[in-house]
Design a protein around this ligand. Structure first.
Ligand code: SF4
Ligand code: SF4
Ligand code: FES
Length: 272
């Protein structure tokens, strides 16, 4: 393949259209290289966000041939037709061309309290089982590309940003809730404003994750199980009532002081 045709979305919140560009193909070329070629040789006003070109910063998220992917991790030669469509993530408000406003994700993240160490371990080195380390290590691989948020139908088709934090934030909460040193009861937030019950385990988020995090199997489903045990399992409730099993003695969410980040989270979400 000597040349490829890139059909790139050009526009802003007032409207836009697809524009075709012919780009010469180089060995091992990725879509981000082709976008850079357009910027350098054809139209310097084409806007895209990128940083590392190594699939690690999460900046270059886009929809390539309709699928959420990283531009720097998508090789041009995997499209034998020679035509590649590149558009912005549709779930987030458009700024310009391929650049979207993903700030809503950061405001949601600010609503999730950080690790609250148990009093007996606060200020000391944590000593943890390797199995516990391995379990939460997977979640720490997240590069905040928000491709999972982009593909999730609850946010994308149903616009339920008011009721669901989205898969990326489920991964964040799982990393904290499964941390053996965390002392905060996160279940109330999970069933409440985080909306874990909204997820119907379609696994679309897992399919697009460039870090191959098992978002549904390892984060969302275990979180749902924990919530179900606490709130909906009648046997567990009876056993708790008669004292056969004890409630986890964790700090309630309401005990966390309102931080600067929580104040930030109250700023309004820009319109789509
Ligand atoms: S599994 Fe849940 S969070 Fe993931 S895309 Fe489907 S509905 Fe959204
Ligand atoms: S969980 Fe995966 S898809 Fe979602 S933001 Fe993190 S790295 Fe991206
Ligand atoms: S440029 Fe950093 S992930 Fe693509």
């Amino acid at each position: 393949m000597e040349k490829v045709t890139l059909r790139v979305f050009r526009g802003d919140i007032h409207g836009g259209h697809m524009v075709s560009y012919e780009v010469p193909v180089q060995p091992s070329m990725v879509v981000l290289d082709a976008i850079h070629y357009i910027q350098q040789h054809i139209d310097p006003t084409l806007a895209c966000r990128w940083n590392c070109k190594a699939a690690k910063c999460g900046s270059c998220s886009a929809e390539i041939d309709g699928k959420p992917r990283l531009m720097c991790k998508t090789r041009v030669d995997q499209f034998p037709s020679g035509v590649i469509t590149v558009g912005p993530m549709r779930t987030f408000p458009l700024i310009k061309d391929l650049v979207t406003d993903v700030s809503w994700n950061y405001r949601v993240a600010a609503k999730i309290p950080p690790l609250q160490p148990k009093p007996e371990v606060a200020g000391k080195p944590f000593r943890m089982q390797q199995a516990d380390v391995d379990r939460i290590q997977e979640f720490r691989k997240c590069i905040e590309c928000f491709l999972c948020q982009d593909v999730c139908h609850i946010l994308r088709e149903h616009n339920r940003q008011d009721a669901f934090f989205g898969p990326r934030q489920m991964v964040r909460i799982a990393a904290l809730d499964m941390h053996p040193m965390d002392n905060l009861n996160r279940r109330e937030q999970l069933v409440g404003e985080a909306g874990v019950g909204m997820c119907n385990i379609t696994k679309c988020c897992t399919e697009v994750c460039p870090e191959h995090i098992h978002i549904t199997d390892n984060a969302i489903i275990p979180l749902k199980e924990r919530v179900a045990d606490d709130y909906f399992d009648p046997v567990t409730r009876i056993l708790r009532r008669i004292g056969v099993i004890q409630h986890e003695q964790k700090q309630p969410m309401s005990s966390v002081p309102q931080s600067t980040t929580q104040i930030m989270s109250k700023s309004p979400r820009p319109g789509k």
